[in-house]
Design a protein around this ligand. Sequence first.
Ligand code: CIR
Length: 253
Amino acid sequence: MFKNTVVKIPSESYVSGLTTSDLGKPILEKALVQHQAYIEALIKCGTEVTVLSSNIEFPDSTFVEDTAVLTPRFAVISNPGALSRNGEIHEMETVIKSYYETIYYIQAPGTLDGGDILQIEDHFYIGISARTNLDGAEQLKRILESQGYKGTIVHLEKVFHLKTGITYLGDQTIVVAGEFIDHPDFNSYQKIIVPPEEEYAANCIRVNDYVIIPAGFPVTKQRINEAGYETIELEMSEFRKQDGGLSCLSLRF
Ligand code: CIR
């Protein structure tokens, strides 16, 4: 059960953020409307939403998920792997300190983005990506294991972040796309398979009684509904253009 969520309004510099996509420049006004709908969905899911104001210095800072890994008892402030994003953690640290007493830090030369961390019950999967290096992954694994959690390091092949291609819904059920469909680390879970043309929908989020999914992916939506979950669909076009998905836009704890 998530009680709290933290989001951050996209700033005027959002359109100049990092991206590998060829979907065109985002339209800020549209991104703001989509972001507001995201906030409303989190409220509908029963969470108390902390809305942080925008920061023009950090174009990608609306993707708050990358700045931290949160568990019920402690927080880990990440060390984001993209230079232009690294300073995002300072503002977030202040916010996290208002909720947590126990805070760990990923230290350089280790790097780690929260988008590479997938929690399945007491087991954390840590993706090695262009943003999370082995040093950062091993630091997090040690922190988690010292606190009684399990940690498994997963080497990513194609996806940007681990959670770009896999989501945990609860009830031992995962939503998987691409390289994770037959990945040995995830074979023990029940799988909802995302077809290749809908891969973007693999990044969805279970928030209490709902699964929030991006709009426009009917096969995945139907499969999630058939598995017994109620869905909320959100327009995500302007975040997709910057390689962002639903999980990236919030910290949930
Ligand atoms: C970036 O390249 O860092 C942003 N444009 C997108 C970050 C997406 N975050 C996530 O998947 N957790």
